[in-house]
Design a protein around this ligand. Structure first.
Ligand code: GLY
Length: 375
């Protein structure tokens, strides 16, 4: 594949032109219709004969491969990203790959689309604020060669994922936080925006202020604007045509979090992990549970030990549930791709959907989940 002359300019151009391209994309329009809301979808398997016994790993059912939409045949290139906001992001990523961009270019440029969405309450500057009314952003990126960059607790940076890539490529460090990260963004000429809540975020914040309770709600990503409060993330994993892997993860974090709270998304091994010789994984959901189990790292290590990506995702989610009580109160979803283009998806609860793109099509798929197998 011939490298493009100016990958960064090309990525920006791809992001600018994306709105129109996505709106006109028959692949995306076609798959949005039947998947209007997770609650309306038919169950994946009836689950009655698959009662999971979380105390005894040997008794846990392994869903058959054909029940796992993530466990599809090997593909290359392949892009997976979390939630339905991943549809537009994936289309951008595939466009970048078509132009000759690398997996890393695609992973960065793809999620920049989500960061720029004016009505996304969980990613980018339009996201929900913290308790003090301030939007603080976390992001990370990792490439095939194990290079990594991350930023956390940054304000006013339009594209934290681009800043994470700059940390990776232009500093000797892996993570910059807060005002140091913001200063670096200004030095690098990244777009800085004055703090101002998006109209939807402001409305939600004003409602939240009435009784100021912090209650994470699972699957908020799929709630329409105006639905229940709180979180999450876009995580993307890319395998390009040359077999190189990359991953990106970016979020405004939990809505109405304590000022200073940082989640899993910028933590290498938690929000994402890539080992170019093995595979890549990314997570979404309640960051506190993911940080305590390094869920993405665990999935990649399971693939190293011979698990399929699907089995690796399931093992990682079981670990989350084993180490974090009351799984019915939180959601975590994970996606994985092996170096040969097999893929997997799994979640704690029903309702985690994800976008899967090849050069031919982009589709929205439901992930299987641990709790649905408990009946
Ligand atoms: N998974 C994103 C967060 O917890 O901040």
């Amino acid at each position: 594949m011939t490298p493009i002359a100016s990958p960064r300019l090309s990525r920006r151009a791809a992001v600018r032109s994306l709105g129109a391209a996505v709106a006109a994309s028959p692949a995306i329009v076609a798959c949005r219709e039947p998947w209007a809301h997770a609650a309306d979808r038919p169950p994946i398997g009836d689950g009655r004969d698959q009662i999971a016994d979380l105390e005894d790993p040997a008794k846990r059912p392994q869903p058959a491969a054909e029940e796992n939409p993530g466990d599809a045949p090997a593909e290359r290139p392949l892009v997976l990203s979390t939630w339905r906001h991943g549809l537009a992001a994936n289309e951008a990523a595939i466009g970048i790959l078509r132009e000759g961009g690398s997996a890393l270019d695609a992973a960065e440029g793809g999620v920049m689309v989500t960061e720029a969405e004016p009505d996304n309450l969980s990613v980018g500057l339009a996201g929900l604020p913290d308790r003090d009314g301030l939007v603080t952003l976390d992001a990370s990126i990792m490439d095939h060669d194990g290079r990594a960059g991350a930023v956390c607790f940054v304000q006013g940076v339009r594209h934290p994922i681009a800043l994470a890539r700059m940390v990776m490529e232009k500093t000797p460090h892996v993570m910059l936080a807060g005002i140091g990260a913001e200063r670096f963004a200004r030095e690098q000429g990244l777009e800085i925006v004055e703090q101002d809540l998006s109209p939807a975020a402001r409305e939600r914040y004003e409602k939240w202020l009435i009784d100021s309770r912090y209650e994470p709600v699972v699957n908020i990503e799929n709630e329409p604007v105006g639905g229940p409060d709180n979180h999450d993330t876009i995580g993307m994993i890319v395998l390009d045509g040359e077999g190189r892997l990359a991953a990106s993860c970016t979020t405004s974090g939990l809505g109405f979090k304590m000022h200073g709270r940082v989640g899993d998304s910028p933590i290498i091994g938690a929000g994402l992990f890539v080992d170019g010789g093995i595979g890549a994984a990314t997570c979404t959901g309640l960051g506190e549970t993911v940080m305590k189990t390094l869920t993405s790292f665990l999935a990649v290590e399971r693939m190293r030990e011979g698990d399929t990506p699907q089995a690796a995702c399931e093992a990682a989610i079981r670990r989350v549930v084993e180490k974090n009580p009351n799984p019915e109160s939180y959601q975590v979803g994970i996606l994985a791709i092996s170096r040969d283009g097999r893929s997997g998806a799994y979640a704690v609860q029903r309702g985690f959907d994800f976008a899967r793109s090849t050069l031919e099509e982009t589709t929205l798929l439901d992930s299987p989940s641990l709790l649905e197998t408990r009946g």
